[in-house]
Design a binder for this molecule. Structure first.
Ligand code: ADE
Length: 407
């Protein structure tokens, strides 16, 4: 049985929990047992529901009668508030996305009737693929990035015996590239708007020393008004400060910077390459260096000179050339990050303060009949069956062994 704390958990405390947790992980010295021993059930961090939920030692229970305990982040008040949620609090309506560790489902909260995108991750899959770090990272980033209009928000997180749940904003406009596929290319002003919103979100992440790393079509969503929502922080890298670099290889090859493909050191400028690749696809209909043969494309990314055909303005081509510079030290954004993009002539019509305040009218408003409209979601997802067991919260059993384990 879970003993729940009654003490309020403020956002500041929560940040403390995350930082503490992140620091331990960063040390990479601990196995799960060590980590949990270090935290100890008496440690103030452990006493908070959130840490309890995710750091539970093996053999102890995950759910109480009410279901798995969790935290709720509501930013309606200045101070973030917390409350509890469980798998049983939602009706799971449709599959709206899939990934290697599980699915994303449209769900309705039974009490407040609001719609959410619930990312359900199978513990078994995560363990099998040694991806505990990705999950910890995703959740940690979601907890930190509560404050940007173009980043998906985490509302609740909890776990059952077999699964981890992240309850996120539902971006009902669907994947940006779902729309791009249908239209082949976007007009330059539409591409500019999306690129500017993405740049703003990436600049914000960088200001928190987080490298997104995984800017790719399926992670760029639209909300109901047509604004960008970046989702999926599973491959983010935290703690990259200034010119610090890392070497971990991850991500989708088409949009990866050459230094990542070659497993050379890289830094936050990989995100500016990624933005260049996405902008190229919006303007030309294909990613840069494209070839139907994947190996050829990988080789092109690393060695082929960038050829930009006419049909895109001089400013657009110049921006692409600068973002897709193989020399990351010379890439746009290398010195002053997003500020360098903001000053580029391609974005001269963008008022950045208005953009972040969502005062710029999106160039395309998804047609939606209501908050549960699925017309912008790929039927390849919505036709998949919804697992029946999602709302079932087992009352005890095996927890997520080694969730906090970093080898
Ligand atoms: N697919 C993945 N995450 C999503 C979200 N937050 N909203 C809509 N579709 C998604």
């Amino acid at each position: 049985m879970v003993k729940k704390t009654k003490s309020p958990v403020t956002y500041t405390k929560m940040k403390g929990i995350v930082s503490y947790f992140a620091a331990l992980i960063k040390e990479r010295k601990f196995g799960s047992a060590d980590l949990l021993q270090k935290l100890g059930t008496s440690h103030p961090i452990y006493r908070h529901m959130d840490a309890e939920c995710f750091l539970r030692p093996e053999g102890s229970s995950v759910c109480d009668e009410a279901g798995a305990a969790a935290l709720c982040f509501s930013s309606t008040a200045q101070e973030l508030q917390m409350s509890r949620a469980s798998a049983a609090d939602f009706d799971y309506l449709k599959v709206i996305g899939t990934g290697s560790f599980g699915k994303v489902l449209l769900a309705r909260h039974r009490e407040n009737d609001r719609y959410y995108a619930v990312k359900v991750l199978k513990k078994q899959m995560i363990l099998k693929k040694n991806a505990e770090g990705h999950v910890i990272c995703e959740r940690s980033v979601l907890l930190k990035t509560v404050n940007h209009p173009f980043l998906v928000r985490l509302h609740f997180s909890f776990q059952t015996r077999d699964r981890l749940y992240l309850v996120l904003d539902y971006a009902s406009g669907g994947e940006l590239f779902y729309h791009l596929q249908r239209e082949r290319v976007f007009t330059e002003s539409r591409a500019r708007f999306y690129a500017a919103e993405m740049a703003s979100a990436l600049g914000y992440l960088h200001s928190l020393h987080i490298v997104y790393r995984d800017l790719k079509p399926e992670n760029i969503l639209l909300d109901s008004a047509g604004h960008v929502v970046l989702t999926d922080f599973g491959l983010c890298k935290e703690g990259i400060v200034g010119r610090a670099t890392t070497r971990t290889f991850c991500g989708t090859p088409e949009y990866l910077a050459p230094e990542v493909l070659q497993q050379r050191e890289y830094d936050r400028t990989v995100d500016w390459w990624g933005l260049g690749a996405v902008l190229h696809e919006m303007l030309y209909g294909l990613p840069p260096f494209y070839s139907a043969d994947r190996m050829v494309m990988l080789s092109n990314i690393m060695f082929q000179p960038l050829v930009l055909k006419a049909g895109v303005s001089k400013a657009g081509r110049d921006l692409l050339k600068r973002l897709l510079n193989r020399d990351r030290a010379k890439r746009l954004g290398a010195k002053h990050d997003v500020a360098e993009l903001q000053h580029h002539s391609f974005f001269s019509s963008i008022r950045w303060d208005d953009l972040v305040a969502k005062k710029i009218q999106p160039p395309f408003v998804p047609s939606l009949s209501g908050p549960d409209d699925l017309t912008n979601i790929d039927p390849a997802f919505t036709n998949l069956p919804v697992p029946q067991s999602l709302g079932v919260c087992e009352d005890a059993g095996m927890t997520f062994p080694g969730f906090s384990y970093m080898s």
